[in-house]
Design a binder for this molecule. Structure first.
Ligand SMILES: [Zn+2]
Length: 280
């Protein structure tokens, strides 16, 4: 019996091409990444999608007071990052209250303060990895619970296989508020060649080399995978795992940044229809 839906992914082209899931469907509606004539246009797009990611986190119940932060690298000034304002609920984030900060956590645009303790983690990752354009972090119920185990996710489903050998567990400096640069550097090191991290006794982090859409979707997916593994382990039964070669195959085909972006477009379209004030 095939654990992974190989037939489903046979038609998928390799990451980097845009026509995934799209062969022989020319002329039909399919999400496409827009192109931009100016940096200002690009920035506006990134800010709108950053807000959508925050609103999606609110819908998922990922809020915990002022904890949690999402960042997007500015398209024109790569040393600057757009992020959600301090002490504003994810559901209340909108384009006009976003803030922009440099890697030291100094706000250079916007009216609100920044969550400096949290931002330092993101800044360290962004600085060490110029290719990482977006990051997400929140103190979620299942992700934080799973993080206490100090172990990686098992490839117990096709969805979980998307993270196979593509996430790390950060055990050191665990449970401390990450205000020190040293702590930020340890997190940054973890993101070499990975899209997600489980910070022991703290919570989940995701990063994307593609888009905030992708970072946000993979965060939602990671939280779900943590929930599912905890549920299975609570039964006391030992789950069947996807074999390593099949888990790698799944990850390559359904775990890419582009696939994360594509998944997120369903959320974007729903939010545009139901929460148009996010663009204010
Ligand atoms: Zn945190």
């Amino acid at each position: 019996m095939s654990t992974v839906a190989e037939s489903q992914v046979e038609s998928i082209v390799k990451p980097g091409k845009v026509s995934i899931y799209q062969p022989d469907q020319e002329g039909l509606i399919f999400p496409e990444m827009p192109t931009f004539k100016t940096a200002a246009e690009h920035r506006q797009y990134l800010k709108e999608h950053l807000v959508a990611a925050c609103r999606a986190f609110a819908l998922q119940g990922f809020d915990y007071g002022f904890a949690g932060h999402l960042t997007v690298r500015d398209p024109e000034n790569p040393g600057l990052y757009w992020t959600n304002p301090m002490a504003v609920h994810f559901a209340q984030v909108k384009v006009s209250n976003l803030i922009c900060a440099d890697h030291t956590g100094t706000v250079v645009e916007g009216e609100y303060a920044i969550n400096r303790a949290g931002f330092v983690l993101h800044a360290a990752v962004h600085e060490q990895h110029p290719d990482i354009v977006a990051m997400c972090h929140a103190h979620t119920v299942y992700g934080t619970a799973f993080a206490a185990l100090g172990k990686p996710l098992a490839p117990i489903s096709q969805d979980a296989a998307a993270f196979f050998e593509d996430h790390v567990v950060i055990g050191d400096e665990a449970g401390r508020v990450a205000v020190e640069v040293k702590g930020g550097n340890k997190v940054a090191n973890a993101f070499a060649g990975a899209k997600a991290a489980i910070h022991q006794n703290h919570g989940l982090l995701t990063a994307s080399r593609h888009s905030i859409d992708s970072a946000a979707f993979w965060f939602i997916a990671l939280e779900r995978c943590c929930q599912q593994q905890l549920m299975i382990e609570a039964t006391g039964a030992t789950p069947k795992e996807v074999a390593p070669d099949r888990a790698r195959y799944s990850r390559e085909h359904v775990g890419s940044d582009y696939i994360g972006w594509l998944h997120f477009q369903t959320i974007w379209n729903d939010l545009i229809a139901t929460q148009p004030d996010m663009l204010d």
